[in-house]
Design a protein around this ligand. Structure first.
Ligand SMILES: Cc1ncc(COP(=O)(O)O)c(C=O)c1O
Length: 445
């Protein structure tokens, strides 16, 4: 587990070096990125980041849920160095090499379900979902996809067509890939039908069967349902127990594939290797990226062998399954299986219980939710919790940055806590103290 260190802010960021880099960035880097504060990183170790002015931060972003084993874990660095000396690239599209095959053996064994599976390797989450979209159409010969409001599947044209979490992602890019139908996700805490949890018997699933299929799309023309096990970018929405299972039954009933997007929630993040395991769901296709290789670009689509019916040449990728990235992934999985997934469950439950206490002290905290180390805190303005405190949320994120805690937002007014899975309870206490001090300050304003 990580050494107990503390954040240390010598110069309130951005310091002079950071300010200079940000200026240089503005003239040469695409300004489409979503940076919310000027963190310019020099190096990282474990759960800590040092900026170019010598400030030290506790990283509760993991580079957007990627560095599961912490920054520059020695075992991962060693694997990267060793593999780089032997082979950096050859392309799994045209040739074979052991690290890619060994990783596929590992992934097919560790993903939900004991049935035979096969892996298609990519370099990112969006590419994993693109592969799943293509495979679903190829295999079922059906044109339509169902995806979810609030869902985020990526930004390439296919995955972007599934995405429906923020209009800025889509503005200016239409027309999209035809055939995507969006439906509501399980927003029980602000149910669009105003039903209370437990009263509804999953009306949002019944609605698809009884209304959507009757009025909008014939179910036997739907290739796949694309669903996040926990909605990420859309606001860290944890569906109630049984929801994913109902969705799997619906897909099975009409011969659709169930594609579970675990790009963010997978690889131990939620205290189980995959978040759909919390609901006992076995997907036809599972998409993975982010946490799989501790920071090297790698993604994977893991599909049932019975579904992987496409032919030689149907789909491929020059870089997907790069040997250095595969070695980093094998090292990551070893660490996950030897304690980090359990640590995510333990420290995650600890943080969630502390946040529930914090919620009682701070009315702007409307909701806290999550599993393992995938935790969301929603900020609200009104008594009935329906008015989002967007500016306050942003002010809290910026205030924490200045105090040495790195956070990211999601949804409209949610802060997400996604630290590396190595963090200790002491690290969690440090982060929670900074967070509460900052919430106090924003409340006083
Ligand atoms: C659930 C989910 N799917 C897909 C993606 C897209 O991944 P990438 O940015 O690697 O393309 C993300 C990224 O945030 C995600 O959270």
């Amino acid at each position: 587990m990580s050494h107990h260190k503390k954040p240390e802010i010598g110069i309130v960021p951005p310091g002079p070096n950071a300010a200079d880099w940000v200026r240089r960035d503005e003239s040469v880097i695409s300004q489409s990125y979503t940076r919310t504060y000027p963190l310019v990183v020099e190096k990282g170790k474990g759960a800590f980041i040092e900026d170019v002015d010598g400030n030290r931060y506790l990283d509760f972003t993991s580079g957007i849920a990627v560095t599961a084993t912490g920054h520059c874990h020695p075992a991962i660095v060693e694997r990267i160095i060793n593999q780089s000396k032997r082979l950096i690239h050859m392309s799994g599209t045209d040739f074979y090499y052991p690290s890619e095959i060994r990783l596929a053996e590992k992934l097919t064994a560790m993903t939900p379900g004991n049935h035979p599976k096969k892996v298609f390797f990519t370099n990112s989450g969006t590419e994993s979902n693109e592969a799943a979209m293509k495979l679903a159409r190829y295999h079922t010969k059906r044109p339509f996809y169902i995806s979810f409001y609030g869902g985020f599947y990526g930004r390439t044209m296919g995955a972007l067509s599934l995405t429906a979490s923020k209009e800025v992602h889509k503005r200016g890019f239409a027309p999209f890939v035809p055939g995507v139908v969006h439906v509501p996700y399980a927003y029980c805490y602000r149910c669009p039908y105003n039903l209370k949890a437990g009263e509804c018997d999953f009306y949002c699933v019944t609605w698809i069967r009884e209304e959507l299929f009757r009025t909008t799309v014939p179910p036997d023309e739907v290739a796949a349902i694309f669903i996040e096990a926990i909605q990420g970018e859309g606001g860290y929405v944890v569906p109630p127990d049984g929801y994913l299972r109902r969705m799997a039954e619906l897909a099975g009933e009409f011969g659709m594939l169930l594609v579970v997007d675990e790009v963010q929630s997978g690889m131990g993040r939620t205290g189980r290797m995959f978040a759909c395991e919390h609901d006992g769901v076995v997907p036809d296709i599972l998409t993975i990226a982010k946490g799989i290789a501790s920071g090297l670009p790698l993604g994977a689509m893991v599909g049932s062998s019975s579904v992987m019916t496409w032919e030689k040449g149907s789909h491929a990728s020059t870089f997907g399954g790069n040997p250095v990235a595969c070695e980093a992934a094998l090292g990551t999985i070893e660490l996950l299986e030897n304690g980090l997934v359990d640590n995510a469950a333990d420290v995650g439950a600890y943080i969630l219980s502390k946040l529930k206490e914090m919620k009682a002290r701070h009315p702007p905290i409307g909701d806290v939710r999550g599993r393992g180390l995938m935790i969301g805190i929603e900020f609200v303005r009104s008594e009935d919790k329906r008015e989002m405190a967007i500016e306050e949320r942003n002010a809290i994120i910026r205030g924490c940055f200045k105090r040495g805690l790195l956070l990211l937002g999601c949804g409209q007014s949610v802060i997400r806590l996604i630290p590396p899975l190595i963090i200790s309870r002491e690290d969690a206490d440090t982060a929670l103290a900074i967070l509460e001090e900052t919430i106090d300050e924003v409340e006083r304003r």
